[in-house]
Design a protein around this ligand. Structure first.
Ligand code: ACM
Length: 765
């Protein structure tokens, strides 16, 4: 029954898509497309009721302003009157009887008029955003809205995005643009990460050095965090902060778009920029704290002294005066305890207060801050570490290290925002790491974001109400500009917006992708990523047993052009019309075009053809859990082509590698080669030696060739090849043993710690 309903629902959506008229994101709870159009021109009146309600008029005015900015349409707002109600109009009407919650709305578009109804002005605002999405892309003097009837309300009350302006400052006009994009997709909470080790970005009148000193860092790391050993720095100062007037302006702007701002003031960790300004707040004031120039987590944190609590209460008092929302985010994540362990003051404080360890000291810290904020009528949100050592009584928890923290907090009847790293951290790669802009690592394509279900199924029905909603996080270590933030945030944040709003049930990615494809061109001036249009490749054998490559893409109306010689493809390259047969190792590069223009889809992939491809192998020593769960990666024909991502690599932590590959039959083997990763700073060392041996019967291994692996410890990360040349051997089994480097040497930040080694394809020729 449920399945049938789902199919019906989808087919009506797909039907709606076919004429590219309705491409609503998030998709409404109830939708019906109808015949006809409502034309908007300069003479169309926007009318409101009741005439005296200022909040409704404000919504109508914001709508008119948004139409002017995005579509260059000049409309006027007027209170309703019998004369106006006779002509073509867009009517925003409060209807207290509607039973759709405080964000729900009804929207009816007919050729004669547009009627938006809601019980609140917020609901009317969302109706207005739906109207904006129904408009065609681009600017023109008259446009039409397709007729439809919509009844809509959100699934979750909290639909958020976090922007980190600590690592890179983002200017006010961009922050407003970001908030406008959130509102367009019906997100209602902007989490503004205002302070971190690498920069303090909010003016605090009582402590001017926070911005005079704390908002400036001398330089940043070159490349990815682990790229160079030792790390290199660029010598370029980075700074910026918001004045209180600018903050008030942004808060007002957000209010007109029904976006609540949750400001984050990080404590007790991620505080080094504050310590650089006021060293007396740290446990070792003589240390000479500087605004942190590395990424990651500084060990220098606030000392839990009365001086620190006085400072933070003063800061929070100014923060409260600027931000009217219920929640203040106090961070709480990643607070190393080294400084507290080494501090006689902290150890004494723990004894005095019967705190059994530093986790309880962190809890003590957070509880004191919570008590202060509660006394001012506010509530705290913290990252899930605030569970450790005991949760403060009224705290809400942001679950980022997976979903466990959120589940535990909900079971304790605390409010929870789900933002697990694997699916909600939008700083990860969204396409091929080798060709994407540098990112922090990981791999989170759009479809994996969309596949996330925010409600943990571990939760009993009675506890589900504690899950307030879902949030995407944009950490900006590798996003120095607004353009780079836009590229990483969109469209993945739009997928999260739909997850936060759309009613539960299976969500269909293809349907979302179709709507998104038609919606994206409306985001003029936004540097969104076009990975949705990328080409994916898979292989299949043809009747002669040769390898064929099949290229696919989500959109149906573009053409694929490709090269096989490594050159950049263009419209004069070969057009893809069917599977490409390969007879040797080949790099396929492809691009997509629609109607003569590139759509942005791309592919660069090397297919390594060799005798070991798709052949089974067994490990004598198991690799790291999850790095090769089905024992297939080392012969899948895909080589790890970049140290930026560990996706294609199989790793062995603190262990040698020892595996045997079965070619199936005794065949001639002339060469066996494989690559190893070198990421010294991350403890990734190439093996000290690799032995490759052959056998016809799996027991009598002969012809062993031992290759030493040499490299410079210093310098950038690298991929190191190892090749064993057998000339004319015959064998069925190939055994590979690689010797782990052991421990990190003296001088390494992790001296004495175990190293890992990682390899990818075992290529047999
Ligand atoms: C976090 O990513 N440290 C919350």
């Amino acid at each position: 029954m449920k399945y049938l309903f789902f199919c019906l629902f989808l087919s009506s959506t797909v039907l709606a898509q076919s004429d590219n008229q309705y491409n609503l994101i998030p998709f409404p709870a109830r939708f019906s497309g109808q015949n006809g159009q409502f034309s908007i021109s300069a003479s169309t009146r926007v009318i409101t009721s009741p005439a005296t309600d200022a909040t409704v008029r404000a919504v109508a005015q914001t709508f008119v302003n948004q139409l002017k900015a995005a579509n260059d349409l000049s409309l006027a707002v007027a209170p309703t009157s019998p004369a106006l109600a006779k002509g073509a109009h867009i009517f925003f009407a409060l209807n207290k009887k509607l039973n759709l919650g405080d964000e729900g709305y009804k929207l009816t578009v007919t050729p004669g008029k547009v009627l938006a109804e809601a019980a609140t002005s917020k609901g009317l605002f969302y109706a207005a955003q739906t109207i904006r999405q129904l408009l065609p892309a681009g600017k023109s003097a008259t446009v039409s809205l397709p007729a439809c009837a919509i009844t809509d309300k959100p699934r979750f009350g909290y639909r958020g995005l976090m922007l980190d302006v600590g690592r890179h400052f983002m200017p006010v006009p961009f922050v407003k643009k970001f908030i406008d994009l959130m509102a367009l997709h019906k997100q209602n909470t902007f989490h503004w990460h205002l302070t971190d080790d690498q920069g303090w970005r909010i003016d605090i009148k009582k402590y001017p050095k926070l911005t005079q000193i704390g908002s400036k860092r001398a330089e940043s790391i070159v490349g990815q965090y682990y790229q160079n050993y030792p790390q290199q720095f660029d010598g370029k100062p980075v700074g910026g902060f918001y004045t209180q007037e600018e903050i008030k302006d942004v808060v007002r702007y957000a209010q007109t778009r029904f976006v609540t701002i949750v400001p984050e003031i990080e404590m007790p960790g991620h505080a080094q920029a504050a310590l650089a300004a006021y060293p007396e707040l740290g446990c070792d004031p003589a240390k000479g704290y500087q605004v942190y120039t590395k990424w990651g987590v500084s060990e220098d944190v606030y000392c839990p002294s009365e001086k620190t609590f006085g400072f933070l209460q003063d800061v929070l008092t100014e923060v409260i005066a600027l931000f009217p929302g219920k929640y203040i985010h106090i961070g709480g994540d990643e607070c190393p305890k080294t400084a507290w362990k080494n501090s006689a003051f902290c150890q004494e404080l723990m004894k005095k207060n019967n705190l059994k360890d530093e986790n309880e000291l962190q809890s003590y810290f957070i509880r004191r801050i919570e008590k202060f904020l509660n006394s001012k009528g506010r509530s705290i949100i913290g990252w899930d570490e605030i569970l450790e050592g005991g949760l403060a009584p009224n705290a809400a928890v942001m679950s980022w290290r997976g979903t466990e923290g959120g589940i535990a907090a909900a079971k304790q009847k605390h409010a929870v925002i789900m933002t697990p790293g694997a699916t909600c951290y939008l700083d990860q790669y969204q396409g091929n790491p080798a060709t994407e802009p540098l990112a922090i690592g990981g791999y989170l394509p759009l479809d994996q974001v969309y596949a996330y279900e925010p409600m943990p199924n571990e939760l009993a029905a009675a506890d589900q109400k504690y899950i307030l909603g879902v949030q995407g996080n944009i950490w900006t270590e590798y996003m120095p500009t607004p353009e780079s933030v836009e590229y990483m945030a969109f469209p993945r944040a739009i997928a999260l917006a739909e997850l936060g709003w759309m009613q539960p049930g299976p969500h269909n990615f293809e349907d979302f992708a179709q709507r998104l494809k038609n919606h994206l061109p409306k985001l003029t001036g936004v540097n969104y990523a076009k990975r949705l249009f990328d080409i994916t490749a898979s292989t299949q054998p043809n009747e002669q047993g040769q390898i064929q490559v099949v290229l696919k893409k989500l959109d149906t109306d573009s053409q694929i052009f490709y090269t096989l010689n490594g050159k950049e493809p263009n419209e004069r390259s070969t057009e893809y019309i069917g599977p490409i047969t390969l007879t040797k190792t080949t790099t396929i590069r492809a691009m997509t075009r629609t109607g003569g223009a590139p759509t942005g889809g791309q592919l660069t992939q090397t297919f390594t053809l060799h005798k070991g491809k798709n052949k089974p192998y067994t490990y004598a020593l198991a690799p790291d859990q999850s790095s090769d769960p089905t024992s297939a990666k080392l012969t899948d024909g895909v080589r790890g082509d970049t140290p930026r991502s560990r996706r294609e690599w199989v790793s062995f932590y603190g262990s040698d590698m020892d595996l045997t590959l079965d070619l199936g039959d005794i065949t001639s083997v002339t060469k066996v080669s494989l690559n190893f990763l070198k990421i010294i700073l991350e403890k990734g060392f190439p093996p000290t030696a690799v032995e490759i041996a052959l056998s016809k019967d799996e027991s009598d291994f002969k012809d062993a060739i031992t290759q030493p692996v040499t490299y410079d410890l210093n310098g950038p990360w690298a991929i190191l090849p190892v090749v064993a040349d057998f000339k004319t051997a015959r064998a069925r089994y190939v055994r590979i043993r690689a010797k782990n480097a052991g421990v990190c040497p003296a001088g390494h930040p992790n001296a004495g710690a175990k190293t890992w080694l990682a390899t990818d394809e075992v290529v047999v020729e």
